[in-house]
Ligand binder design. Structure first.
Ligand SMILES: [Mg+2]
Length: 232
């Protein structure tokens, strides 16, 4: 008999490629202002963004200031005066449409849906996450999608998982596995909730935290083995 029956999947950088969505969104934003996308321009944006986030975390600027100035500063460097807040909204719209799949994700989920109960557990905004799942073709394979916004809690909080577990019929903790790329959200959350965990770590980053996953994989295809599923 198989060990697991219920699988909880994270979305970003587990099934969907968040960095690719960011890049595409930035490309559309630049092009809307008649500027070509380039690695150089992307790096300029990343530097400004990082600097503003650091200032925000130090309490030097507000969240609003961060979001309303990151694009006005970027375009200023590129020789253009723009309405920062308007472009921020444009950028977010692009991001909320981003649904580039991680290699093999769609095939894997379609294969697993017949043999396991699949659920999404994600931090974020419900409307955005639902939309991205639908655009990517993943949505219909999941029995339910749990987004932090609707639960009032977020991964890794125990309360988030309590909310989820109460809504999954016949859930057994030792037959449940969470799969995600974040040690601090998915793995820590899974361990606190008392279930097995699978860390998706494509870059082979060293785990210096106290949260040790049950499994560690470099690519989604390793799940076929762990879950004892024959790949078609
Ligand atoms: Mg993630």
């Amino acid at each position: 008999m198989r060990k697991y029956r219920t699988l909880l999947f994270d979305i970003d950088d587990t099934l969907l490629d968040f960095a690719a969505a960011e890049q595409e969104s930035l490309r559309m934003l630049l092009e809307s202002q008649g500027i070509q996308y380039s690695t150089d321009n992307h790096n300029k944006y990343s530097q400004i963004n990082r600097r503003l986030w650091a200032a925000f975390e130090d309490g030097k600027i507000s969240r609003e200031e961060l979001f309303s100035t990151r694009f006005s500063l970027l375009f200023k460097e590129l020789g253009k005066v723009v309405d920062g807040m308007q472009l921020e909204e444009h950028y977010r719209r692009g991001l909320s449409e981003g649904h580039q799949l991680i290699a093999g994700a769609l095939e894997l989920i379609q294969e697993l849906q017949n043999e396991f109960d699949l659920y999404i557990v994600t931090n974020g905004i419900s409307k955005t996450q639902d939309r991205r799942l639908k655009l990517s073709g993943l949505f219909s394979s999941f029995k339910a999608v749990f987004v932090s916004e609707d639960t009032g809690y977020q991964k890794p909080m125990k309360e988030f998982f309590d909310f989820v577990f109460e809504r999954i019929p016949n859930l057994t903790l030792n037959e449940t596995l969470i799969i995600g790329d974040s040690l601090s959200a998915d793995i820590k959350g899974g361990i606190l909730a008392g279930i097995d965990t699978c860390w998706v770590n494509p870059k082979g980053v060293a785990n210096t935290t106290e949260w040790k996953p049950t499994y560690e994989i470099k690519s989604l295809s390793e799940l076929y083995n762990i879950l004892e599923v024959n790949r078609k």
